[in-house]
Design a protein around this ligand. Sequence first.
Ligand code: ATP
Length: 575
Amino acid sequence: MGPRNLFLTNSPESSNDCEDNPTRNRGFSKRGDNDLDPDECMQRTGGLFGSRRPVLSGTGNGDTSQSRSGSGSERDSWKSEAEGGESSDTQGPKVTYIPPPPPEDEDSIFAHYQTGINFDKYDTILVEVSGHDAPPAILTFEEANLCQTLNNNIAKAGYTKLTPVQKYSIPIILAGRDLMACAQTGSGKTAAFLLPILAHMMHDGITASRFKELQEPECIIVAPTRELVNQIYLEARKFSFGTCVRAVVIYGGTQLGHSIRQIVQGCNILCATPGRLMDIIGKEKIGLKQIKYLVLDEADRMLDMGFGPEMKKLISCPGMPSKEQRQTLMFSATFPEEIQRLAAEFLKSNYLFVAVGQVGGACRDVQQTVLQVGQFSKREKLVEILRNIGDERTMVFVETKKKADFIATFLCQEKISTTSIHGDREQREREQALGDFRFGKCPVLVATSVAARGLDIENVQHVINFDLPSTIDEYVHRIGRTGRCGNTGRAISFFDLESDNHLAQPLVKVLTDAQQDVPAWLEEIAFSTYIPGFSGSTRGNVFASVDTRKGKSTLNTAGFSSSQAPNPVDDESWD
Ligand SMILES: Nc1ncnc2c1ncn2[C@@H]1O[C@H](COP(=O)(O)OP(=O)(O)OP(=O)(O)O)[C@@H](O)[C@H]1O
C-alpha cells in the first residue's frame, strides 16, 4: 500500500459542540446514554419551549478511559449545541454553518451503486407479518401501481426488483395501515417507506407548497443522526424528482436561519433530527395539522429513553393529529421487545409488524470475524489489518470521541490516510470527513457510534470494531455499514477479555444465526458468563424478539433487556 496522507483536521472551533455523556442523560436509559448526538440533547434540558440551559456541567477534561467500567469522566461535562446561539435565550458562539446545497443535476440525483451478487438471495429470506388483515405482499414494482413519474424515478435509481421489506411494507403502507418493520441493515428500508408515502401524496393530488412563514408538511421523517436525515432527504428528493412534492432537510450543527429559509420556501416532506425539529416547531415555522405520515427511522433508537421523551413531546404537540388520524411508520434493523411496547403508544392498535429474517439479526452478507485482542495490542493489530486491506474502504469504530481522534491521528502518523467522524467535530468537519471517505480521498474512517446506523456508503468493504460497542444491537448496526444491498463485506471485531465478556453470549448468537464461524474461545466465554435475562441456548433458537403482541417472552438482540444492559461508555452519538 502506498503512503497515505494525513487528512485529519480537528478544528479548535469544535469546542462549541456539546459533549455526549451519560450524566447529562440522567433519568434516561442506560441504553441510550451513549448515543446522543450533540444538538439534539438540548431538548432534554429545557423541553420543547423551555430554557435550553444545560442542567449539568463538569470538568470536560477527564481522560478517555478505555475501560468499560470507567466513570466516563470526559463526558461529565456537556454544552448543548443549541447553545450555539440558535435561540435568543442561549449563550455561546453562533452556529453559522450552512451546508452546501446538494448537486441539482439529474445524474447526481440518481447516482447509485450496484446491487451485489447476493441481491437475489434476498428472495429466500423468511418474512413474518403479524397483525390482522395484512394486505398481501407484492412481487414487482408494477403491482404497486405507482404513478408514471414515480416509476420513472425508480427506474432511474436503478431499482428493478423489490427487496423483501419493500414487498411487504409497500402494500401495507399503501393500504393506510400503521407499520413496525424490522429488516436487516442495507436491505432498502428507506424506499420501503418513501415510495408508498409519495404514491399517496401523488394520488391525493398534493398541491405544490408555496412560500409561507408557517409551513404545514404532510410528512415528517425523524432519524437519530444528522448524516442519516440528510441521506433520507436525498432519497426523498430522488424519488420525488419531477413531482411537486418538496422535501426539506433540517438538522443541528447548522445555522438555524438556514433551516428556516429552507422550510419557508415550501415543505411537504420534512426530514429532521429531533432537536432541530422541536426547535423549528417551537419557532412556529412548522405546523403539524396537515401531518398524515410520521416516520421514525431507526425507530428503536428514536424511542429509547434517549430520544423517547422528544418523540412523546412531538406527538403531543399542539396540532399533531392523533394516532388514529395519522399513519405512523417505524423502521429499524433491531427492535428490542421493550421498545416495541413503548412504540405501541405511537401506533394504532391494529398496526402490522413485519419481520424480515431474524429480528435484530446481522446481515448474512457480512463475513464476521472476532479476534481476541487486548487493549494494548489493538493499535498494532489495527495497523497490520489495514496494511493488508490496502486501499479498500474501511470504517473503524471506537468507543469514545477522544479515542476516535487519537486513533485517526495515530493512523495518519502511520501514513494511512484517515479521517474521523464523531459528535465533537464541527458539522462542517463531519460532512467533510464523510465526503472524503465516500469519495475515496481517505479510505479509512474512524468513527464513534454516531456513524453506526443507517449510513449508506458505497463500497465500504470492511468494518473494524476496534472497540466493541456495549450492546449487540449496536454491533449489528455497525457491521451493517458493509455488505449492503446484496454486496459482500467483512467485519473484524477486537474482543477484549477485560471488558467485552458481557457480549460473548449475544455475539455467539448473532454469529451463529448469520451462519458464521464461532471461535471456540468465544463460545467458552459465552457459556461460562452469566448474563441476567439471557435465557436459552445460543444455538438454534428462534432469534430475538418477535411482535410483542404475540405475548412471547423472548430475547432482545442485546441478549439482555435494556434495563439490564451494562452501562455503555461509548460516548456518542445523537444528532
Ligand atoms: N429495490 C432496490 N433495488 C436496488 N437497490 C436498492 C433497492 N432498495 C434499496 N436499494 C439501495 O440499497 C441501499 C441500502 O438501502 P437503505 O439505505 O434504504 O437500507 P436500510 O435497510 O435502510 O439500511 P440500514 O438498516 O443500515 O439503515 C441504498 O443504496 C438503496 O438505494
